[in-house]
Every structure is written in structure tokens, then in C-alpha cells.
Design a protein around this ligand. Structure first.
Ligand code: NI
Length: 228
């Protein structure tokens, strides 16, 4: 399931994150520092050093926004969120086709995190750069994603994906991974659809007993499939 969530960051938060990144200076490092053996040869970008003060401050803003975003909670069913990271692609930079590493170590706690979902949160406007599209390949073909500043896409971390070369300007984004309570994408998608339908029925004041049954199904599926 690919899920786009609009307005994860508002104008004030975007301005704050962009100001932090613009003043980051030497905290911008070569993106190879966190690339695995498959990604390293095709990864040409820069990212904020994970342990830097800038990363901590920008990350705090993003995590706070995610925690109060019901669409994110419903779609990702997060069990653990890898601390968000920040990257940029100047003209000539790209990240060729790769699959994200399956297990990552949490940089602060050392805990293992299984990457079920990959997330990209766009931090500047599509008109600020040419190219720099996120392309995700799955069994339904190729999906090209280039969103407005503040919008985010979630996609299965199992997918082959790439960032096409930037040919003008700079692409600025936040990226991270989620270990979900439901590992399997098809099951997670089904539970998400059920949640969405229940929300809509709640708004229309539909038959109460039927809604209660559906809510029961939602929780019992989560009980069947969820890992805590
Ligand atoms: Ni990737």
C-alpha cells in the first residue's frame, strides 16, 4: 500500500525545519555514511549527521507532528519509528534503484528495528527543483511521487525504489522507517481500510450495533495480526 498524507508539517514547522537545515553547515555529510552495501554505489546525496544537534532539533519537530497525525497512526500502525533523518540532492545528485535495509539499529538505544514501511516527507516545493522524483516499483508498476512541501508518502519498505537525478535546484526531504504492529503490508492495508470505513460510518451516524461489530472486527484483527 502506498499512502500519501498531506500537511504533515504546517508552514511554521516547515520554515523552522528549513531554517535549521539551511544553517547546518558542516553537519551536512556524504549520504554514504548510512548506506548499506547495495545502496552505497548508487547513493549520491548529502544528509544531516545523525548525532548532530541540528538533527535532534529538526527530528523533534517531525516526531511531534507524526504523533498527532491520525492518518499516520491509522496507516502505519507504528510500533517503532526510526529517528527521522534529513537529506538533500543538489543538481547532479541521485539515488539509484535499491531496496532499503531490512533491519536497522536505533542510533540512540541500539534496539533492532524492522523496516516495514519507508517514509519520505517532502520539505521544499516541487517547483524548487527539476527531477528528484521518488520512483517506487511494485507489482502494479512504477509510481512516481513528487509532493508539495509538508506532504509525506508511506510505501512498503520491500519495494525497489529510486530518486531520479536532480537537474536544477535542490531537493530537500526528511526520510525514516517504521516498524509496524502489523508486519504484512496486505494485512495492514486491510485493517487501514476497515478503520477508514468505520470513521466514515461514525460521521454519518450509521446503525450503532453494526458499527460496534465492525469496531470489534478491527480490534480482533489487530489482536490476530499485531505484534507488540
Ligand atoms: Ni531508499
Amino acid at each position: 500500500m502506498m499512502l500519501t498524507i498531506a500537511h504533515v508539517l504546517g508552514p511554521d514547522q516547515l520554515a523552522e525545519v528549513r531554517a535549521l537545515l539551511a544553517a547546518a553547515g558542516d553537519d551536512w555529510v556524504d549520504g554514504h555514511v548510512t548506506a548499506g552495501y547495495q545502496g552505497a554505489p548508487v547513493k549520491h546525496n548529502q544528509q544531516i549527521a545523525e548525532g548532530s544537534d541540528v538533527a535532534a532539533r529538526a527530528r523533534f519537530i517531525v516526531l511531534a507532528a507524526l504523533e498527532r497525525n491520525p492518518a499516520f497512526i491509522s496507516g502505519a500502525l507504528p510500533r517503532q519509528v526510526y529517528p527521522p533523518m534529513f537529506n538533500r540532492y543538489h543538481a547532479g545528485m541521485a539515488f539509484g534503484p535499491h531496496v532499503d535495509g531490512s533491519i536497522r539499529l536505533h542510533p540512540q538505544t541500539g534496539a533492532k528495528l524492522r523496516t516495514d514501511i519507508s517514509a519520505t516527507l517532502f520539505l521544499n516545493e516541487p517547483g524548487d527543483y527539476d527531477g528528484g522524483e521518488l520512483q517506487i516499483m511494485d507489482s502494479y508498476g512504477l509510481h512516481t511521487v513528487k509532493l508539495a512541501a509538508g506532504d509525506m508518502v508511506l510505501y512498503p519498505a520491500t519495494s525497489l525504489h529510486q530518486v531520479t537525478p536532480v537537474t536544477r535546484g535542490t531537493r530537500l526531504a526528511c526520510f525514516f522507517w517504521i516498524e509496524s504492529l502489523i508486519r504484512d503490508d496486505a494485512r495492514r492495508s486491510l485493517v487501514h481500510d476497515l478503520d477508514g470505513a468505520i470513521q466514515r460510518l461514525n460521521q454519518t451516524g450509521a446503525d450503532r450495533a453494526a458499527r460496534d461489530t465492525l469496531v470489534g472486527c478491527y480490534h480482533n484483527l489487530l489482536r490476530q495480526w499485531g505484534e507488540t
